[in-house]
Design a protein around this ligand. Structure first.
Ligand SMILES: Nc1ncnc2c1ncn2[C@@H]1O[C@H](COP(=O)(O)OP(=O)(O)O)[C@@H](O)[C@H]1O
Ligand SMILES: [Mg+2]
Length: 313
């Protein structure tokens, strides 16, 4: 007896399934509950009054902020895109630097990183390539992107042999720092040489922290690394703030973790807390910041509040 031949006929062809995501309109905005100064915020502290930032008469030199946490999936990339977009709404000129070979920041802004011929990798490794050769404009006015892709993973290895290997990003940014008000560097989830480069280039670090019990564990090591970089490479480096993300006000667990974070880190924790909402994964598919995808949503307003705090710090 012979085995039946595998044949297409046994699986009658149906209309082919389209796996591409059709562009669809953003769902209507949710109702927004505004909080005002004096009320107790999610951190359990009274909200500090943060005024709307003044308009700038001239621009630059930029403050460089590294978005850093060696844990993955805590909201670094999401916060880079949306804080950047919110800062731009306040009239700031913003450069986003994708410093993760995964290229998620680039994808989140609608760029296909594997199709790029040149990325930040070429800028940091090849003297002939300038930032302007690689820079992309984004869908947000006054917000530019230095994209990356998997090529950047080679830099980590190649840089080890270089003189001044920790200062490669500082040198790269020197050309454009005068043009921007903020440079946000989206770090990869590790404390390797790329992240050390970001910390060596930064004025401040923003640490996104997921409101989950285990997320507290790695923070001590991260703060230790930040202190070493400050002592040995970059005396101006400070922790701008800790940003609680993926907060769910309905769960006791989230509230407990929040209380622990505030107890451990005090005022360095931003009053602004980012709630867990499906709106953020949606924005990745849409390839644009939440401030454009769902401009009146609670998530968009949270990043605007964060931008106010960042400007005021
Ligand atoms: N506040 C949030 N609520 C729900 N999902 C979120 C939130 N922030 C980020 N996400 C989603 O979680 C995943 C990881 O976020 P991401 O910003 O890429 O983290 P990281 O850059 O730290 O790895 C992404 O799919 C993102 O869309
Ligand atoms: Mg990321």
């Amino acid at each position: 007896m012979s085995m039946p031949k595998p044949s297409a006929e046994r699986f009658p062809r149906r209309a082919s399934i389209d796996l591409t995501l059709a562009p669809h309109a953003a769902p209507p905005d949710e109702d927004v509950v505004e909080q005002s100064a004096g009320e107790l915020g999610p951190t359990g502290r009274p909200l500090r009054y943060v005024p709307d930032p003044p308009l700038l008469a001239h621009h630059g030199p930029a403050k460089v902020l590294a978005m850093c946490n060696q844990k993955g999936g805590v909201g670094k990339t999401t916060s880079t895109i949306n804080l950047g977009a919110a800062l731009a709404e306040f009239g700031r000129r913003v450069l986003l630097v994708d410093f993760d070979p995964q290229g998620a920041l680039s994808v989140g802004l609608g760029v296909q990183p594997h199709q790029l011929e040149q990325t930040i990798y070429n800028v940091i490794m090849e003297r002939s390539v300038r930032v302007d050769d690689v820079l992309l404009r984004t869908c947000v006015d006054d917000m530019d992107l230095l994209p990356s892709n998997i090529d950047l993973s080679a830099a980590e290895v190649q840089l080890v042999a270089e003189v001044g290997r920790e200062h490669t990003l500082v040198r790269t940014l020197r050309d454009v720092i005068e043009r921007y008000d903020y440079v946000l560097v989206d770090c990869q989830p590790s404390l390797g040489l790329l992240t050390v480069n970001a910390l060596a280039a930064a004025d401040g670090v923003i640490i996104p922290l997921e409101c989950e019990f285990f997320s507290l564990r790695g923070v001590a090591l991260l703060i230790d690394t930040i202190e070493k970089v400050r002592e040995r490479l970059n005396p101006k480096l400070e922790i701008t703030g800790i940003l609680a993300t993926m907060y769910d006000p309905r769960t006791l667990h989230s509230r407990e973790v929040m209380a622990r974070v505030v107890e451990a880190f005090g005022d360095v924790v931003f009053d602004t807390v980012i709630n867990r909402t499906v709106r953020f994964p949606e924005t990745t598919v849409a390839g644009e910041p939440i401030t454009r995808w769902a401009p009146r949503s609670a998530g968009a307003n949270a990043y605007r509040a964060l931008a106010r705090e960042v400007i005021a710090r």
